[in-house]
Design a protein around this ligand. Structure first.
Ligand SMILES: Nc1ncnc2c1ncn2[C@@H]1O[C@H](COP(=O)(O)OP(=O)(O)OP(=O)(O)O)[C@@H](O)[C@H]1O
Ligand SMILES: [Mg+2]
Length: 224
């Protein structure tokens, strides 16, 4: 087993003195390559803050995030940006699709930003699996919420990232679509050896993970 993601005494504090919020409070975790880890916990327990730091979208107050042993907080901004584009696929609850370009263009956008060629066969397979082949030339706002989320997932997977970080990716989907989306993510992860770290409020989805991390007040109270 290879550790792909690790945190060391990771902290994120907001504010000072009495108003200080310890959003992430001394978290030490290790996640293996190919693992599907679910993060659960009450609203405000620090899930999104942790996920953002794992992907280098937010900087820790103290401690570090190591990806394959490399401390990402020591990377320069440019290096970090390239790392995020090539190695990490983000899926957010709010889909963050670009509204002025069509679905296909949204999906291949990260590749273009990175001057990577578009592997059409792979993207088409992805689009087909996710059931969006008839919507590729539509603008995002002509799609249902579930379809937009599926497009966002295809975009996150387009560059075959090593790590997929998902913040409630099924939060806006009905249960049937949620199951399909999770199945797709797992299939992709299995096929390409990808690691998934996913925040979810859905107990059933959490139960399908390899491990469940429970957060409380910024701390990991259980991870097995
Ligand atoms: N930019 C910020 N400034 C101040 N406090 C913040 C900021 N971002 C988050 N917090 C606080 O940090 C804590 C953790 O927030 P976080 O968004 O990580 O929670 P969460 O577990 O993702 O919750 P939810 O399930 O509602 O999404 C909360 O108390 C929140 O108010
Ligand atoms: Mg959150």
């Amino acid at each position: 087993m290879h550790t792909i993601l690790q945190t060391k005494n990771l902290c994120k504090y907001y504010g000072t003195g009495e108003n200080q919020v310890k959003a992430v409070d001394n978290i030490n975790i290790s996640i293996e390559q190919g693992e599907f880890a679910a993060i659960v916990g009450k609203s405000g327990s620090g899930k999104s803050t942790l996920l953002h730091m794992l992907g280098g979208l937010d900087t820790p107050t103290a401690g570090s995030v190591l990806v394959r042993g490399k401390d990402i907080s020591k990377m320069k901004e440019e290096e970090l940006a390239i790392f995020r584009r090539r190695k990490i696929g983000f899926i957010f609850q709010a889909f963050n699709l670009v509204s002025s370009i069509n679905v296909w263009e949204n999906i291949v956008l990260p590749l273009g930003l990175d001057d990577q060629p578009v592997n059409e066969a792979y993207i088409k397979e992805l689009v087909q699996t996710i059931g969006l082949e008839k919507r590729l030339h539509h603008l995002p706002n002509a799609l249902s919420g579930g379809q937009q989320q599926r497009a966002a997932i295809a975009r996150a997977l387009a560059a075959k990232p090593d790590i997929v970080l998902a913040d409630e990716p099924t939060g806006n989907l009905d249960s049937r679509t949620s199951e399909e989306v999770i199945a797709l993510l797992k299939m992709s992860a299995h096929k390409y050896g990808q690691t998934i770290v996913m925040i979810t409020h859905d107990e059933e989805i959490a139960q399908t993970a390899d491990r469940i991390m429970v957060l409380e007040d910024g701390q990991v109270v259980n991870f097995e």
